[in-house]
Design a protein around this ligand. Structure first.
Ligand code: PLP
Length: 389
């Protein structure tokens, strides 16, 4: 009997302790965790650096209102600005709050320019921007909006890769295009670099804003600090969350200077967003992940993982359709439903998670060891063998 609302389809498994790449159940059974809270624990479980920061800061100050200056937030914002396209940061607590705020900011920007009619946002159909009322309508997924009407106006959709429809959707009411650089929940679909470049050119030409949702793909997950950096484009607004707190809930919206000027005092706020404890943790995560050598190692280790997974794919061409993604945002696409495969991996003590399109999402911590990747590969091979026997 559970007193929790049953809004999740949970595996019958629970954990007591986490250490690095591993989780230990309440009975002490060890699992290799390549879910990591869905790309949240970017530095693994109970990272000693983060434990120390939490311990130290918890004795000093947890939370103060944004009615006061919060130096810890000023420091984290500066660090983020120094490493990215952005010139200002607004802190939230989660991904959906960050995407929701990104939508608000885009609209507010045109409002401040005397063009309040420019308020529509173009999104990819069946993308994922979170679960608030606006975000589910932005995502354009039938399943997510079911029962939550009336419809929230202001979103137009095109299918992934349908450039013609995208271009046709842009009109004088359009404020922005919002896309995930790599569609996470949608099945680890990567927007190719040439498309990102085209998207940037299109937005500049039409004088609309480009919002890149990096909630899942950002903060080193792909081996670049942001996934869009590989294509050398600069977006206007970027919501982030998942990886930046290393397991502590933090969200943020990054933006350029011209856009932040629209957000005047009182235009947006958050009670919890940007509190000193969260900011101290975020600062430590950024210090570690934005280090060039750290990111180089993410690229190197993840390239190895992709290459080995592709070898397995070649060995089982009737089972595995494609190895998708970049860095440690990996999708293993099967030809048929992946649920049983995920359960079999779990039986063999490797945790992975579903995405759309028959995709198994593999999300190791960014500081995973090569030996741990090898353990995962061995389990994946074993399950492939079993599935084709
Ligand atoms: C997870 C996710 C969100 C929502 O984040 P929450 O913290 O669950 O609200 C938004 N956008 C993308 C791309 C995500 O992966």
């Amino acid at each position: 009997m559970s007193y929790l609302v049953q809004n999740y389809n949970r595996k019958k498994l629970s954990f007591k302790i986490g250490k690095g790449s591993y989780l230990f159940t309440t009975n002490g059974v060890k699992y290799l965790d390549f879910v990591q809270g869905i790309a949240v624990n970017s530095l693994g479980h109970a990272n000693p650096n983060l434990v120390k920061v939490i311990n130290d800061q918890s004795k000093k100050l947890w939370h103060v209102s944004n009615a006061f200056i919060i130096p810890e937030g000023e420091i984290l914002a500066k660090k983020i600005v120094e490493k990215t396209f952005a010139s200002s940061v607004m802190f939230q607590n989660s991904g959906t709050e960050a995407t929701e705020a990104a939508i608000k900011i885009a609209r507010r920007y045109f409002y401040s320019k005397g063009k309040p009619e420019k308020n529509r946002i173009i999104c990819i159909k069946n993308s994922f921007h979170g679960r608030t009322i606006a975000a589910i309508y932005a995502s354009g997924s039938k399943k997510m909006i079911e029962g939550f009407g009336p419809k929230v106006q202001g979103f137009d959709h095109f299918n992934f890769g349908d450039h013609k429809t995208l271009k046709n959707l842009i009109n004088k009411k359009t404020a922005a295009i919002m896309v995930e650089t790599i569609m996470g929940e949608g099945g680890i679909k990567v927007i190719p670099d040439w498309c990102l470049k085209g998207l940037r050119q299109l937005c500049t030409k039409k004088k609309i804003l480009l919002i890149m949702d990096e909630v899942q793909s950002g903060i080193g997950r792909t081996g670049d600090f942001f996934a869009f950096e590989k294509s050398k484009i600069k977006p206007d607004i970027v919501p982030i969350a998942k990886g930046i707190g290393g397991g502590f809930p933090i969200g943020a919206v990054l933006m350029t200077k011209k856009i932040s000027s629209a957000m005047i005092p009182g235009s947006h706020g958050s009670t919890f967003g940007g509190n000193p404890l969260a900011m101290k943790i975020g600062s430590k995560v950024i210090d570690i992940i934005s280090n060039k050598n750290f990111l180089y190692k993410v690229k190197k280790k993840s390239n190895y993982f992709h290459a080995e997974l592709n070898k397995i794919k070649d060995q089982y061409p009737n089972l595995i359709k494609e190895v998708r993604g970049r860095g440690f945002l990996i999708g293993l696409q099967l030809f048929k439903d992946q649920s049983k495969f995920i359960d079999a991996l779990m039986k063999n003590k490797l945790l992975t998670i579903k995405a759309a399109d028959n995709v198994i999402r593999i999300l190791p911590p960014l500081n995973v060891k090569k030996s741990e990747i090898n353990v995962a590969l061995k389990i994946i091979k074993k399950v492939c063998y079993k599935f084709t026997k």
